[in-house]
Structure formats: C-alpha cells, structure tokens
Design a protein around this ligand. Sequence first.
Ligand SMILES: Nc1ncnc2c1ncn2[C@@H]1O[C@H](COP(=O)(O)OP(=O)(O)OP(=O)(O)O)[C@@H](O)[C@H]1O
Length: 785
Amino acid sequence: MSKKRKASEAETDEYPTFISQANAPEEDERTERKKESKSKKKRDTKKSAKPWIPTNYDPETKTHTEIPKEKPDFENMTIYELKRRPDGEKKGDKFARQAELRKRKKEEKVKLEKFKADVEGREYVPTESKKEKKKAAKLAKKLAKKGQPGLSQDEKRVLAEERKEKKKKARKEAKKAEKAKAKAEAAAAAAADGEGTTTKVTITKVEEIKEVTMEDMVERTETIKEVVTAEPAVEDKMDVDSDDSDSSSDSSDSESEEEAKPAPKPAKSNGVSNGKAKAKPQESDSDSSDSSDSSDSESEEETTEVEAPKSNGSTAPTTANGTESPAPADSTTISSYMTTHSIKITDPSKPNSLSCDLILNFSDLPAVDKSHLAPFSAYKSPTPIQAASWSYLLAGKDLIGVAETGSGKTMAFAYPAVQYLCKLPKSDRNPKKSGARVVVVSPTRELAMQIFEQVEKLTIAAGLKDAATCIYGGVPKDPQRESLKKALVIVATPGRLNDFLEEGAANISQAGYVVLDEADRMLDKGFEDAIKTILGATPATPKRQTLMFTATWPQSVRQLASTFMTKPVRIGINSPDDGDLRANTRISQSVEVLADGRIKEPRLLNIINAHQRSSPGAKNDRILVFALYKKEAARLENFLRAKGIKVGGIHGDLNQTTRTNTLAEFKAGRTPVLVATDVAARGLDIPNVKLVINVTFPLTIEDYVHRIGRTGRAGELGKAVTFFTDHDKAHSGSLINVLKAANQPVPDDLMKFGTTVKKKEHASYGAFYRDTSDAKAATKIKFDD
Ligand SMILES: Nc1ncnc2c1ncn2[C@@H]1O[C@H](COP(=O)(O)OP(=O)(O)OP(=O)(O)O)[C@@H](O)[C@H]1O
C-alpha cells in the first residue's frame, strides 16, 4: 500500500493533476512543504552571498583589484544638471544630489537677497529659515515665561553670541557704506572737474566691479555724472550630423508697429536718459539703396541708419577683468563706441528720427526692479549687441541682431524677455490659463539647455520661480509635459516642441515674445517647416514680438525672415550688409592644406600633443575637434583614446544622457579633448576652449565661422586649425574671404583652389546640406569602418 501510494505520489509530480485527484489533500501539503523548503534555501543562499563587486583581473599576478566606484561630481554640476534625475540613479547619489541642490538654491537665495539689499541701500539681514524661526520662538516663549534671570547657561550663551554677531555685521556694513560714499564723492568731484559745461544727460554708472562672480555680489556705487550732449562727430544627409530636429516630426505687415504691439513702455527720455544714452548720427540714410538686403520687407521703406565707420574693433564682452575701459558716458564717447565696435542700426519705423538709443551701463538698464539685474553682477558692462539692442527690445520692437560668436547675444534677448513677463498683468501670467508667453527656439539640444540656464538665472532674479522650462528630444517626455503646465517661458528644440503642440500639451497661442536663436540655421530648409508650424501657433505678427539672433546672416534666409517680422530693427555689430561673413577677430585661424586625407589623423595627434606640451598648464586646456560625420567622430575619438589622450565624444548617434554627461565632463575640464560633429558647432559656450581643430570642413562657411567661434569667447583669445583637402575645394573662395576679412594669413596652397565663391543649396536641406556627388569616391578616406 505504502509502495503503491508512493508511486502515485511520484506520478502526481509529473502527471497532470486530474490523474492524482484522489490524493489531492496530501499532494497539496507536500507541494507546499517543498515550496517552502526551496524558498528557504534561496533565502539562505541570498543571505550568505556576497554582493558582486566589479574588479579588474591582472593575469600576471592573478589577482583581482576592485574598480573604484565613480561618484558623480555634484559640486561641479550646474543647478540645472542637479535638478535632473539620471536614469538608474542610486539612492545614496540621489540624496547627495538633492542635498547639493538644496545647498545651491540656498546660496543663490542669499546672494539675491544680499544684492537686493545692496541695491536698495539697506543692511542685509538674512531671512530666518523655518527652523530658525521655530527655535527663536521657542526661546522667546521660554524667556517670557521665566524672565531673563531664569535663563540657562546655554540660552545666555546663545543670546550673547547672537548679539556679538549682529554687532560685527553692523560694523562691517557701516564700513562698506562709508567706503562707497567716499568713492561716489570722489567720482562726482572728478566728473565736475572734467567734462564740459552744459548739463543735459544724466548717466548713472556702476562702479568698476573687479573679478566679481555670482559668489561675490556687487559692490555698487552710483555716481551721478553730468555730460554734454554735443552734436557728435559721427555719431542629415547620410550621417552628416548637425543639429537636433529631434523627433517626428505671419505675414509681412505694413501696419504701424506702435499701434499694434502691446509694447512694454520704453525708458523715459526727458533729455535725461533714465538708462539710455542717445547718439545722433551725422548722416542719415533713407535707405532704398540697401539692395543687399532687398529681401527685407522694409527695404523699400524709408529707414534710418545709424552707422559708425568700419573698424576691426572687438565686439567681445567686457569681462570684469577685461581689458576694455569702462562704458562710455557722453555722446562723443558713444559715437566713438559705435565706431570702435562697428555698430550699425537700421530702424525702419522711425524715418524721421536720427537718434539711436544705447544702454551703456547696467545701472542704466530699465528694470521692473533693480534686483532683476543680479545676473549681470558678474559683468562689467553690456556687450555691444546688448548695449545696442536692449532699448529696442524693451520697447517691444522686432529685431534682427547679428554679432560675432561669443559676444553675449543670449543675454541680449533673454533679459528683455523676462522684463516682458514681469510687465504683464499678474492675471496674464497664469500658464494654466494663457500658456507660455515667451518662446525661444534653438537648433540643438545642448544649446537649448544652455540658453535655459541663462534664462533661469534671470527668472529667479525676477522672482519667477520655475517659470522656465527646457524642451528637447532624446529624453522622456513625461517630465517635460508636466513642466509645460507651469511654464511661462519655453526654451526648445523645434521637433520636440512641435510634438507637444500636436498633442496639445504646449500652448503658445499667447506667446508675445518669440526668439529664433541661430536664426539663419532655424530658417534654413531643414528647419523651415518646423519653424513655420511653431510661429503659426503663436499670435500673428505684429501682436507677436519676433527676434532673430545669429553670428551669420546669409542672403538666402533674409526673405523668409522678413515674412515673420514687422519692420524689424536691424543691428549689425561688425557685420557687413552684403552678407559677407565676419569671424571673431580674436581667433587666430590657420589652414593646413593636406595633399592626402589619410594624414589627417597623425597630424591631429601631432597638433594636440604639441599644444598640450606647449606650457605647463596647457595639458588641461580644452581642445574641440570637429568632424563632419557621426562615424568619423566616433573613429577619431577611438583613435585619440588609443593614443593615450583623455577624450570624449558627442554626436547624434549617442543617447542624450551620454551627450549631456560628456559635455559636462568637458566643461569641467576632466576630459580636456572633445570630438564632436556640428551638433556642437553653434552657440555652445564652454569656458577655456583654447583650440578648435576642424578635421573635416563643415557643410557651409557659416558653420565654419560658428565652429571656430567655440574659442575666443567673451573677450578671450583663441586658435583654430583647419585641415583642407581637395574634397573641400568648393569652399576655398568663401574661406579665403573669411580669412582676409579677419586679417588672417591665406596659405598659397589654398589660393590654388581658386577664389570663386560657390554656393550650393539642396532642395530639402538648403545651404546646410553637403552634396558629395561631385566628391571623389571614398577611396582615401573611409568613414564607415
Ligand atoms: N556683458 C557681458 N560681459 C561679459 N561677459 C558676458 C556679458 N554678457 C554675456 N557674457 C558672457 O559671454 C559669453 C558668451 O555669451 P553667449 O553664449 O550669449 O554668446 P553668443 O553671442 O550667443 O555666441 P554664439 O554666437 O556662439 O551663440 C558667455 O560666457 C556669457 O556669460
């Protein structure tokens, strides 16, 4: 019986249940027991097992050494980077990241409060945190209950310390105020001794700010200076990788702009420039001869040009430790400023006015509240493009701003954007009701993130917390969708923004301030449709203020640009009207004509090694290497790494997290060499890029100017080396022109390719497309390995 039973039990394990139904209860029990013992075993082995630790195995010594875990470097991350939760983040890292974020936010808040106090001329008193308030209230309660004599030793000590601290602070503040007063008096006396006789314009001037960063807030003194307003003397085809159209996917108007635009009030101009210095040009030009710009709708209208004689003057930002003198004050200085910086302003809506408005000092910059100027505390004075464009933008005008790479265009459009928001009635600042009010579009994800960071500094200073969001492809949509619900400012790449518009998650129907950064790229055929859709979702011009900023403004996009704008003011800084290109003159450019493309790699290594050995500190200089194709970039990166160079790479084949992290490593200087495609050509502002190497020439000469513009930024000097081969001969003419215009040497070998300027356009990709059909078969250079 027992044997029989056993057999039937064994069957039950292997045969379907209906066979063993008679033994069901026992079988249940048995299976249950088995299961239990199995899971117990599992638990036990789990408990005893050591966690797996990644190791390196050395075959010689036959030992394993633990690979040290790489901790994210939170200290070197920006607030924006800290806010983003990386995929698969460990709990410990999350806490550390959040702690760092809290710390940074607190620091920013303190800085802002200090700055506000400084501007308002009052003593800075730190606002108590909730915890501190609670503690103080508790102490006060205790005091009230017991009375002073009943205080414990600890409480007495705390009180004494607080008193001491307060006294110390008061003494410091008094000293500071005294110093500032003395400075102001000295400056006023100097001004009275100096200039002239007539008193017409009052200019408030920010005292020199030495090496000030966001950490050290401004020591600011106002000096009233009286000046004479004398009449001035002059007064992806294949794997070509360029940008991120990301995911799937008006009209010319003669109406008077003043009537239609809900323009924020311009600064008062009572002869006294409450923030603006006026210069009268000697000559005015009712310009119908501006044929070069015939595409602009206003070309036939009477326009006013304020132009200064051409010069090679630097239009670089003047940094706190920069070499340029403080901002000019009187009208003579203004006109010489315009001359020095080759500023040309064309305002078609003011045919009878010969004056132009420049904002030469931050203290002159109209602001809803002076504390909104906090982000400028790091700078000494506005850059020429900022000085020239702010008054027009604050007055609600459409504007095309063309200024060299690295000259501060972002702040030129971002500051008026935030002021525009601040001037809206509160009821209109409700994203749930009226959607976003400001839209900034950029061609690449990294550039969008960078612009967002600048915009966020301004919105935080203006007390508009979480008002801005950054929308770009390659990352999950959900968090972005969520952020759109409370966004007043959207900084975006076109593809992802269009996706959100399609699904109704983004509302820009009342966005009255729209910026196309890198406008020529945005208007080129590759992006044209996406931009039309985006602009079509905003209010029609002239209800919409439309801005276009770039360093290169080819004729090919001007006609299209004019259809999106109403009588735009055109500001060119050292930029010729005929569309000729000007590269940043602080970059020394050299072109190496290579007979054989196969020597590009060894030559590249040579140049990098030579640079890194050129001085003790040069090892850590950032070097940016440009390739045209994604695979080429990956190949160069692997080649350099194999040769012992610390190198990273960014191109369209990499996922966004890798791209973002690699760029952060490069920015922080931990990876001094970066190989990139044209996704990094435009707009990226990376400090201390000392050398740019173009291994393969870009698709367009404009891209060349943008690529080399990653160095020599914000007043710094830079160097660019470009390899030029037979494949690039179509660009020889335009390259020669760019070199000549920047007073750079033109190698004889380059001249041999000819000086004719050829411009090819592709039906789908426009000027930013490379037609390789006439190129030799890829027998020498093979990118697809
Ligand atoms: N007034 C100023 N004084 C000094 N530096 C400034 C000033 N305004 C902006 N900058 C700095 O200049 C650098 C370049 O600015 P930004 O990136 O806006 O240049 P850009 O003209 O947009 O360049 P690109 O054409 O390459 O996009 C940034 O590091 C920015 O912080």
